[in-house]
Design a protein around this ligand. Structure first.
Ligand SMILES: [Zn+2]
Length: 675
């Protein structure tokens, strides 16, 4: 029998035939697909014909067609509906795929063909998109060391392999420290804690067999504990334990690992011809240079610090009124800030919830996409991997655009968080391929057939992931490698974060935020309080984030520091870090930076994207219409349809006429008015 993953899919919209795909089909399909990929790569590298764009670059684009199709299905179900067999497959596939990746990037004959075409590029009459794909393909080879020979190549391989070991150790140490510590709460230790925190603490206590409720270092428990516990001594104890993760001495201490990591990253950058690791890392990003990142962060830092200092004074007065002398400490901030939030924006989640129905919020996301881009959504019944999954055909003027798949409810088999992926990406090289785009969320599933209700955060998540989906669905390029969300890391959150702004448009909420029982729209006063609460305490949040981003950058844009902790202290002293705020992630537990390479000298990118989304939405505000057709059309023609076919800064400039400024972000975070 043919493996259903490898057969032609004669299903509605060519969706994967999930009813026929059993778990034991994946491994043989991946093995067969990898063999096919290897044969394709060998055929390209050994082709006796002179290298040209079609026989090398386009052939490379298609070399993994089958592999991509199989893995598109697998990683979708492995993330959204896992089981022990799929977990094992995930572990098995990782080394198989990384070995294949290294073979390709270290294939000298292949790189030589790419290099030859690159050298001839001006005489080849390539389209702009082809030039871009050629540049990106070559750059990928060069950045993984294809130009290095002999000892340098050997050295680079050793550095990369040691870095991956260090990244794993860093993560495991951090997990060990997080698992080990807990604080047992006696009956007198529960003062101020709301029921949901006590319930979480009890569940954690049972899991640890601790004989009562406990505080652990999990963010979802320690943060509410710090917000609500009236016991200043316990808050201090918990806060200090939280801050000591990865720096407790002994076997799990991450400080030496951080130092060695920074040293090796510098070596890696130097071997590849860059002065610093930040130069290497930022080359592929929209920001481009360390200086551009620093400028942006410093533009935000000063107003954020001013706002935080203003807030710190208010909170310190509250501390003193409670009979404590001395300065406001880091373990006091969340507690007094929570009290102040109640005074300023009292928001009862229970009052809010009936207004945010999942189905109405999905309708709202669709309605905005209809008004902005003319998209229409019709429910379909295609094959799916789980009964909770919903599917729609997306059309425009009767023309098929995409299949949109929404998998909204939490379940044990789904990993946490929310994400957007494409089981199939848009492209034209292999025929006119339209995308299959999936949004996965973890919203609570209602009981007894009641309508599913969301928190405001959930609703934002829904819009956020739908923004990523639009980036995939409106993609209009020839080559898959630059399709949809295949863009720079500091650009990829623009469409998603931008889309969140439409949820805040009052006419959208008043139409779609209707009460589950009465059908009445949300009262204006509640709407105002909800939107006000969403930007509360931004001085604190911005300071703890920007400080971390500046330390990350400072670690990578100069010589590697021998003592990262000392370097961190110097950077914070120079910034004048407010006494009662610490970095969101200090070095010994800064997993974004040290658990792997993903966000090293890239932690800034959340803020970079937010600057852009605020500035981009301001384009609609400036013309006085959140659905202005001209602006929407421009947004689609530049940012949303182009994928990575054009440099991100050029795309943004084409949309906005200039690069983004921080003003709209400061306004959106309420930091422009700080006293
Ligand atoms: Zn996102």
């Amino acid at each position: 029998m043919t493996n259903p993953l490898l057969a032609h899919w004669d299903t509605p919209f060519e969706l994967p035939p999930f009813d026929q795909i059993t778990d034991d089909a994946y491994l043989p399909a991946v093995e067969a697909a990898l063999a096919e990929s290897r044969a394709n790569i060998a055929a390209i590298a050994d082709n006796p014909a002179a290298p040209d764009f079609a026989n090398t670059i386009e052939a490379l684009e298609r070399a993994d067609d089958t592999l991509g199709r199989v893995l598109g299905v697998f990683y979708n179900v492995a993330g959204a509906d896992s089981n022990p067999a799929r977990e094992k497959l995930q572990r098995d596939f990782a080394p198989m795929l990384s070995a294949y990746g290294s073979e390709v990037s270290e294939n000298k004959a292949l790189f030589q063909r790419v290099e030859t075409i690159w050298q001839q590029r001006d005489d080849l009459d390539l389209t702009d998109e082809q030039q871009r794909v050629l540049m990106l393909t070559r750059r990928g080879f060069v950045r993984s060391g294809a130009q290095l020979e002999g000892d340098a190549a050997k050295k680079l391989r050793a550095v990369k392999s040691r870095l991956s070991v260090l990244g794993t150790e860093f993560t495991q140490n951090l997990l060990a420290d997080e698992r080990e510590w807990f604080m047992l709460l006696g009956d007198d230790d529960l003062d101020g804690l709301p029921d949901f925190v006590i319930a979480t603490a009890r569940a954690a206590g049972e899991e640890k067999d601790a004989g009562g409720p406990v505080v652990t270092l999990s963010r979802s428990l320690i943060v509410p504990f710090l917000q609500f516990s009236e016991r200043r001594d316990l808050r201090q104890k918990a806060y200090e334990a939280w801050g000591a993760r990865g720096a407790k001495g002994g076997k799990t201490d991450n400080r030496a690992i951080a130092a060695e990591t920074l040293k090796l990253r510098e070596e890696r950058a130097n071997l590849l011809g860059y002065d610093t690791f930040a130069d290497f890392k930022l080359e592929t990003e929209m920001a481009g240079t360390p200086q551009a990142v620093r400028d942006l962060l410093m533009d935000v830092w000063q107003p954020a610090k001013a706002a935080a200092e203003h807030d710190a004074k208010k909170l310190q007065q509250m501390l003193h009124a409670d009979g404590f002398d001395g300065p406001l400490e880091p373990w006091d901030w969340r507690f007094y800030s929570e009290k102040r939030r109640k005074e300023l924006h009292d928001l009862d989640e229970a009052e809010l919830k009936p207004y945010l129905q999942l189905d109405r919020m999905i309708e709202a996301a669709f309605a905005c996409a209809n008004r902005l881009f003319g998209l229409e959504f019709a429910a379909i019944e295609g094959p799916s991997y789980h009964p909770d999954v919903r599917q729609w055909e997306v059309t425009r003027d009767g023309e098929h655009i995409a299949v949109f798949i929404g998998d909204y409810f939490a379940r044990g088999s789904k990993r946490s968080g929310a994400w957007c992926s494409a089981m199939r990406s848009q492209q034209r090289l292999a025929g006119d391929i339209r995308p299959h785009v999936v949004n996965v969320c973890n919203f609570a599933k209602p009981q007894n057939g009641k309508p599913a209700l969301l928190s405001y955060d959930d609703a934002r998540t829904l819009f956020h992931e739908f923004g990523h989906a639009l980036h995939q669905m409106l993609s209009d390029v020839t080559y898959e490698s630059i399709s949809g969300t295949s863009v720079a890391r500091d650009f990829v959150e623009l469409p998603s974060q931008l889309y969140e702004h439409w949820l805040e448009v009052p006419e959208v909420l008043s139409e779609f935020a209707t009460h589950a029982d009465t059908g009445k729209p949300m009262p204006e006063d509640l709407l105002k309080r909800m939107l006000g609460a969403a930007t509360y305490d931004m001085g604190f949040q911005t300071v703890e984030y920007v400080a971390s981003a500046l330390v990350d950058l400072g670690f990578h844009d100069g010589p590697a520091p021998a003592d990262p902790m000392q370097k961190q202290a110097e950077i914070l002293a120079e910034l004048g870090m407010p006494h009662a705020i610490r970095m969101r992630h200090a070095t010994p537990h800064f997993a974004h930076v040290f658990a792997g390479d993903g966000y090293s000298s890239g932690y800034y990118s959340y803020m970079w994207s937010e600057v852009m989304d605020a500035d981009a939405f301001a384009a609609f505000e400036e013309v006085g219409d959140p659905f202005d057709p001209e602006t929407a059309k421009k947004l689609e023609q530049t940012v949303l349809s182009s994928g990575g076919s054009v440099d991100a800064a050029d795309l943004y400039t084409a949309f906005r006429g200039r690069l983004p400024g921080v003003e709209a972000l400061l306004k959106g975070r309420g930091l422009d008015t700080a006293a």
